[in-house]
Design a protein around this ligand. Sequence first.
Ligand code: MN
Ligand code: MN
Length: 468
Amino acid sequence: MPEEKKEIELLKEKLFYARKNAAETLDADKIAAADAFCEGYKTFLNDAKTEREAVRFMVERAEAQGFVPFDRDKRYAPGSKVYFNNRGKALVLCVIGKRKLSEGIRLSAAHIDSPRLDLKPCPLYEDSDLALFKTHYYGGIKKYQWAAIPLALHGVIVKKDGTSVTVNIGEAADDPQFVVTDLLPHLAGEQMKRTLSEGIRGEELNVLVGSRPFASDEGSEKVKLHMLQILFQKYGVTEEDFLSAELEVVPAFAARDIGLDRSMIGSYGHDDRVCAYPAAQAIFAIEAPEYTAVTCLTDKEEIGSEGNTGLNSSYLKYFIADLAHANGENYHTVLRHTQCLSADVNAAFDPTFPDVAEKMNASFLNRGVVITKYTGARGKSGTSDASAEYMGKVRRMLDDNGVVWQIGELGKVDAGGGGTVAMFLAALDIDVVDLGVPVLSMHAPFEVVSKLDVYMAYCAFKAFFEDQ
Ligand code: MN
Ligand code: MN
């Protein structure tokens, strides 16, 4: 009976949790806005492959938007825009709200470091007429993915006299690039018997730097000498200056549209620029919000948030304390009432590898921004599990503002796990939940996201900051 069927459908509509595809939910204007937003995002991906470059990029944008360096002794009026640059590697952007600080801050926190290969302190050597760099990988990588792809060298060298030079080789169209070599299959019989995690070992991640010797009939290590001569001519540095350098080897390829429909973006470093960019753009888009808004772009998340530019240090807490102090308010009260979206990615369901996910609680490409209630591993260890109350608040906020969103868990129970900065924010007595973009091939040199999900992240952060 048609009547009865209708009743069932109505009841299902009322009682079932329906997962929506953003491409089928959003109107044409919103989809066009998402595509346009992602053009800016691709520029950020290409111009800011390291944490230092991301800070430089965002400080420039912030200043153009009227942000000024934070003065800890100054009391700021509502609508004031300030930023705090932590050692050139982490950035706090803040717009002062109309309400008292003690009513809490609306905080979004994303990270701008990504997995990569760092040069060792003594990196350069010559072997068999080739010059190479020794590296120590940074963050969780599948090492075999980093061989036989074009690489670029980014970073800073601080010279003995205290001056520093910025290095960026491999990005311009006519720049040379670098590569980690791999064995030919013909001779890889023994290598192919290794496990995937050992396919390329840590000490085999050696970057090819050059092959022509310094022109001289005598002497040894002439290829190494020639490379040092080139670096001296370009930057005025000697081999000893590598001791005080941070040089990062990253994939040299640029962000590209993926798919016949151009619905996705392939790039290095989506984790976590794909949240950092929307969170920054959202704070740039607000004027005089109700609550003070803060976007924190942090470093060192990929190695556990340790170090004074990571969120396990006190720099963000001190920034909030200074803000509270200048207003004659108790910063403990400010923290207690602060609400945070820990802006980080989740693993998108991959139909090629379904076994690691539990489909009912996995996130999918194009289903919008993903809320991750908890991360961690082995029985929710090493995570902040967001409360039902805070989940309820965030859920209402997203729905009320037409943000397409989904719930996501990082893989099946006991399939593995991971963490975000959420637990370090929770440790400050802040209410926090992870919200971000689902990613395919996370931590690979070339990761994939959906443009609609990127835009939904922006809409989510903006709604959060504009919350009444
Ligand atoms: Mn991340
Ligand atoms: Mn990561």
